[in-house]
Design a protein around this ligand. Sequence first.
Ligand code: COA
Length: 352
Amino acid sequence: MASDGAGDGAMSGASSRLAAASTAAASPGPWPAPSVQLVGVGGYLPPRVVTNHELAARLDTSDAWIRERTGIVQRHLVGPGETAASMGIAAGRAALEAAGIEAGEVDAVILATSTPDQAFPATALRVQAGLGIERGFGFDLSAACSGFIFGLSTAAAFIRAGQVRTALVVGSEVYSRILDWQDRSTCVLFGDGAGAVVLRAGEAGSERGLLSSHLHADGRTGDLLFIDGAVGRPDQPGVLRMNGREVFRHAVTKLSASVDEALAANGLGHADVDWLVPHQANKRIIDAMGKKLALPPERVIVTVDRHANTSAASIPLALNEAVRDGRIRRGDLVLMEALGGGLTWGSALVRM
Ligand code: COA
């Protein structure tokens, strides 16, 4: 295990590996609830890269249109043998290695995906088995592109409740298999990949860790972005449909409110944020959020140009990149936000 997070996906120091301590400044329950430390991060991208030019060769679109409207230049797409489980295993393994944590220590695997390998067993359990985890529990979580924020928040609740000490939170997606490749308004926007973080119970009252998370959903907006079928609706083809303009409008307003909510909940202001790690759907939405927070562009982690929108995997993949290249360091305040089909949306603040 590395003692300094920079360069290897690890964010843990020895002190963050403590079990719940006996004192806590502020605790929601009668016991001193542990803090929730983010101690490792990992990612996996399939090797096959597809550029805008390749798409333009078989679809009525252009590199210029895609770049200008979305910031996307290329995306990674799975090969025939790859699935949400196989990519989740690779990302999970990298996160555990970064954290210096053995598979046998993991109590829970929570996997966010809209593209599970099977209706059941949960893809989380395929990942659990693939990593050699023989204990604890796991389940899949469906919150579309907000899945990672929902997973982080869910895992943290188990940790704070004392039910879980170590959790692996994974976002893994194969959107290439649910896209209508004739629909230029959606198929150019998405990519495949997986990201994962290891969360661990830490000292109660620690200034580091997940400070808060804020989840929202409004099922009335379900028809703006959806997959039109599943195993329970085999009469539908099961491809992604979206009203892009409306989703864009909701994204900017709802994400703005959500980041304000996270900062206000912690008595923090825009100037306190070191890094914005947004869901990577569209560079224009990302830029709008950076501007709202008055963050210089170099403080906003952007991968959408190379990864496109990898849904629940996009935030952990972006976090993984910025931790491993040494930009995000121990002690930095990281703000994450996402919006996706549902609509679902939310934010989380982490002191690394
Ligand atoms: N290539 C070329 N032209 C395209 C195209 C493509 N890939 N996709 C759509 N167009 C065309 C449309 O047909 C339309 O043509 P028309 O004016 O002749 O009808 C024109 O471009 C404008 O379409 P519009 O949908 O208004 O473009 P836009 O500026 O809203 O950009 C999105 C489209 C999808 C990029 C944008 O709405 C967006 O990013 N929305 C949010 C999507 C998102 O983030 N989803 C995931 C959330 S998790």
